[in-house]
Design a protein around this ligand. Structure first.
Ligand code: LLP
Length: 457
């Protein structure tokens, strides 16, 4: 974070207020001064009504992000398969499904969630470096939708020869006719450097993901005539929070050459799944726009005549969500000010896990309040770990117990990474649409917390 010390008053207190650059969030006039709105709802009121911590999402922001990518790909056949791992709220998934979205699942649990949300199997791709035999079996038997549908999912993205053996064995148990054979792709590792943080870059040869092109080629050829699977695709995902187009372009060009090479061998792939990874602006990052990213992808993919699949997560939901928390206490320790909030690292892991900077601001401003009274504070949660700190030396106007703060850009990998650490209840989630805030996940209760426990003896 590299912020100056708390008392360095000469240093400019500078940060961009996310309410000034995030679509569908804005400061507007309110009866007592100014308040941050998500669409037509004030964050302060929503937080006070539901209690905090609470995640709040703007439906319009999600909708617009999805549409921007979608429109950018107009003219080529494509499906946007939202990466559930970034936000697994069932209502959000239903909303994306209603917009024509598909889904990228990485576990049996995510596939079960899609089944419960009523998503047809033909909109699901199954990724992941370690799918278990049981998970593969379940996915092969994913219930058919409609009368003429067949069981199963759109695409298995296989990541190793050993996994392929399991898939072949399991497919042999269900495939009665070659036309029932599951559609399979190999996740290749295009060997490019990309990704915002060492933990989230995946597309270099030293990472655990995918297969190198030579090994993938051998595997495609070895099962060219299989009766139990059909080669239908190729996939890749080079990393997450990628902030330039160059690594995407390089990886995509390598995949396109590979697809052509396979055609020479008589293997005609229908799908090219290019994963997710487009970065977003949290504070001062300058990612390519979704439209520019989509145009670049479209231009490389169009001549191939394949159906494009993308697996965006963060670029659809990150900026659409805030985590709202109330201030519990403010305390001074030898000149350092700590603002103790009720949200904690169990609610939003990204700062503790990746050193990620999520801007924090108040959500109301009283009439006539001077904006020059910022001071540097540490904003910390109540969990018993020093790492439970959202921001160090962050410029904040004076706040007091009960005030509501917004922790910004928390829509992706916020709630989905939340845990019950310190026996804390996971937060509820609200979806704002116009002037309405709808509860789309309730706050957990102590019964939820302890329902799987067993007594001794
Ligand atoms: N497809 C695959 C195969 C992936 O592994 C991922 C993310 C995605 C799609 C979606 O990527 P996105 O568009 O969201 O960048 N917890 C970390 C991010 C981990 C990403 C893992 N894979 C964070 O909070 O930054």
């Amino acid at each position: 974070m590299g912020a100056p010390t708390a008392n360095n008053k000469k240093k400019k207190l500078r940060y961009a207020d996310p309410a000034t650059f995030l679509p569908h969030f804005a400061w507007k006039k309110s009866p007592r001064g100014k308040a941050v709105f998500a669409e037509g709802v004030t964050l302060d009121e929503a937080a006070k009504k539901t209690g905090t911590p609470v995640y709040l999402y703007s439906q319009a922001a999600i909708h617009d992000a999805f549409r921007e990518l979608d429109h950018g790909l107009a003219g080529i056949p494509h499906t946007l398969c939202f990466a559930i791992k970034s936000n697994g709220n069932r209502a959000l998934l239903q909303m994306l499904a209603a917009m024509g979205g598909g889904f990228d699942a990485v576990s049996g649990g995510e596939i079960e969630l899609l089944r419960r949300a009523g998503v047809p199997g033909q909109r699901i791709v199954f990724s992941g470096v370690g799918k278990s035999r049981e998970e593969i079996r379940e996915a092969l038997r994913y219930p058919a939708s409609g009368k003429n549908g067949r069981p199963g999912i759109l695409l298995f993205n296989v990541e190793s020869e050993a996994e392929m053996d399991v898939l072949l064995a399991e497919a042999a148990c269900v495939v009665r006719h070659p036309s029932d054979a599951p559609a399979v792709s190999i996740r290749v590792n295009p060997d490019v450097q990309a990704g915002g943080h060492p933990h989230i870059s995946t597309g270099h040869h030293q990472h655990k993901f995918g297969m190198d092109l030579a090994a993938a080629r051998r595997l495609y050829l070895a099962h060219r005539d299989s009766r139990h699977i059909r080669w239908e695709g190729i996939s890749a995902h080079i990393g997450s929070q990628v902030l330039s187009l160059a690594p995407f372009r390089k990886a995509l060009q390598r995949m396109a050459a590979f697809v052509r090479d396979l055609r020479g061998e008589g293997i005609f792939l229908r799908y090219l799944d290019f994963g997710g990874g487009l970065g977003v602006r949290y504070t001062d990052q300058k990612p390519p726009s979704r439209a520019d990213y989509a145009h670049m992808v479209r231009e490389i993919v169009r001549p191939l005549g394949v159906h494009l699949l993308l697996e965006p997560g963060r670029s659809i939901v990150a900026q659409a969500g805030v985590l709202l928390t109330r201030v519990l206490y403010v305390k001074e320790n030898r000149g350092k000010t700590f603002v103790i909030v009720y949200a904690a690292m169990n609610d939003l892991m990204r700062p503790a896990l990746y050193g990620a900077v999520h801007a924090i601001t108040p959500v109301t401003r009283a009439k006539g309040a001077a904006s020059a009274t910022l001071r540097r504070v540490d904003i910390v949660g109540p969990v018993c770990e020093t790492g439970d700190c959202f921001l160090h030396d962050w410029p904040l106007p004076p706040v007091q117990s009960g005030d509501v703060l917004a922790i910004w850009c928390a829509g992706a990998y916020g709630m989905s990474l939340a845990s019950n650490y310190n026996m804390r209840l996971r937060a509820p989630e609200l979806l704002v649409s116009g002037k309405r805030a709808k509860l789309i996940r309730r706050r957990e209760t102590y019964n939820d917390l302890f329902r799987a426990d067993c007594n001794l003896g």
